[in-house]
Structure formats: structure tokens, C-alpha cells
Design a protein around this ligand. Structure first.
Ligand code: PEP
Length: 256
């Protein structure tokens, strides 16, 4: 049984004060949930204060949006997995399409980061997804397969347990236009079959695969009810604690 995982990627938003107010509101709205794993993924600047704030709120975990593959060194402007680990960060988003498209991250770079994150005790949320053009040209399967095969090269079978994949079709991110539940389910089945090829079918059955792309309370329950959708990576709707709390509720309802 894969526990559903909902992560709010705040991207380059929310100051420390805003983050404090957010957590206060999220806790008030949600109460607590043990059925769904909830992860907040703020900007680096907010992580230390949030780690302290979440010390006694065990149902909310902390993630980071990126990291460098080296542990330390002359890499101006970068943050290492070791540094994140020291702040009780558990998850790290790697290979988000914004990092791939705006900052030139290739599958090979993402792979170095995935391996470093696992070595340093973090759980990677490896983002993959096709563009609209790739989908229209019928290249979706090939693109996803390549992102998985290269992104996970050298990852040991034991390390697969700590892995989360986020399927995020680029055409659905920040557009308000989500993949429909059938499209998402089909992609997740394909992803799981590629995971089985690069590990084995038992391991692939245990890896959680999130869907990301315009998830909101209106579509969350149906998406989360799909057999191979094990949670969501949420952008815009995760910036509002009331809306994110509604998505948590919808996900709980999908379990019922
Ligand atoms: C994202 O950027 O990972 C994302 C899913 O964004 P949104 O929910 O806004 O589409």
C-alpha cells in the first residue's frame, strides 16, 4: 500500500512571516492527517525557521526545491544536500521543468543530483514530463522513458525505496489546464512499467508517483482516486493554505 504524498512547491514565493502565517492557517484548517503525507517545499531562506516551527507538527514534512550534487566547495550560490539534511529537510525536488527549461538542467545533471541526494539521506522527488509539442508528435513515451532511465542511472535497488517520481506534463503546469484523470493514469502506468524495467516489478509497485499540473480542489479527488496516482505536487494551489487544506481533504476522500 503506497501512502499518498501531497507536496506544496512554493517556488520563489513567501517570506518567513508569510510562511509562519501559512503554517498557522494550514494547521487550523486541517487539524492533522495521518492518512496522507504532507510536505511543504519553501524557498531556502525560509527552511531554518520552518524546521523549528514544524518541530512539534510531525504530520507536515519539509522539502527543498533544488540542491547541488557536491557536499561542499567552491560553488557560489549553491546549497548542498548535507546542508539541507542538517535542517531536517527530508525531500528535495529535482529536475523540475522550470529548472530544466530556465536553468539548463539536463537529464545527466539531474542524475548527479538524484544520486547525491540519496547518498546524503534525502528523498528525491524526481520530476519528469513531456511538453505539448512532444505529446502532439507522439514522443511522450520516449521522453518519459529517457528522463527515467538517465535520471535514475546508478541508483541502487535499495535506494528506490526513498524515491518519489512526479509526473508533471509541462503543458499542465501553471496553465490551469490539468491532464484529465485518464491521461494521468495512463502516463503513470507507463512510468511504473519503465521503473520495473530499471529495477524490478516489486520495487516499482512500491515507488510513489505523484501527478503535478494544475491540481486544485475541483480536480483533486478524481485524480487522486486513480490507481497509480499516489499523490500530487502542487504549485499555485499550494500557495494558499485554505486551498491546500481542501486538496488534503479531497485526497483523504479519495482513500475512502
Ligand atoms: C509545479 O510547478 O510543479 C506545478 C504543478 O504547478 P501548478 O500546480 O501551478 O500547475
Amino acid at each position: 500500500m503506497r501512502k499518498k504524498i501531497l507536496a506544496a512547491n512554493w517556488k520563489m514565493n513567501l517570506t518567513q512571516d508569510e510562511a509562519d502565517a501559512y503554517v498557522h492557517s494550514l494547521v487550523r484548517e486541517t487539524g492533522e492527517t495521518n492518512d496522507v503525507e504532507v510536505v511543504l517545499i519553501p524557498a531556502f531562506t525560509v527552511i531554518p525557521a520552518l524546521a523549528a516551527r514544524l518541530n512539534d507538527t510531525a504530520w507536515i514534512r519539509l522539502g527543498a526545491q533544488n540542491m547541488h550534487w557536491e557536499k561542499s566547495g567552491a560553488y557560489t550560490g549553491e546549497i548542498s544536500g548535507t546542508m539541507l539534511r542538517a535542517l531536517y529537510v527530508r525531500y528535495v525536488i529535482l529536475g523540475h521543468s522550470e529548472r530544466r527549461n530556465l536553468f539548463g538542467e539536463t537529464n545527466e545533471i539531474v542524475n548527479r543530483k538524484v544520486k547525491a541526494a540519496l547518498e546524503q539521506g534525502l528523498r528525491p522527488i524526481l520530476c519528469i514530463g513531456e511538453s505539448l509539442q512532444e505529446r502532439d508528435l507522439g514522443h511522450m513515451n520516449q521522453v518519459l522513458e529517457e528522463q527515467i532511465r538517465v535520471g535514475l542511472k546508478g541508483v541502487s535497488l535499495k535506494e528506490f525505496h526513498d524515491l518519489v517520481i512526479a509526473y508533471e506534463p509541462i503543458w499542465a503546469i501553471g496553465t490551469g489546464k490539468s491532464a484529465n484523470p485518464q491521461q494521468a493514469q495512463e502516463a503513470h502506468v507507463l512510468i511504473r512499467s519503465v521503473l520495473a524495467q530499471v529495477s524490478d516489478s516489486g520495487i516499482a509497485e512500491r515507488v510513489r508517483i505523484q501527478y503535478g499540473g494544475s491540481v486544485k480542489p475541483e480536480n483533486a479527488q478524481e485524480l487522486m482516486s486513480q490507481k497509480d496516482i499516489d499523490g500530487a505536487l502542487v504549485g499555485a494551489a499550494g500557495l494558499d493554505p485554505v486551498t491546500f487544506s481542501q486538496i488534503i481533504r479531497c485526497t483523504e476522500a479519495a482513500l475512502a
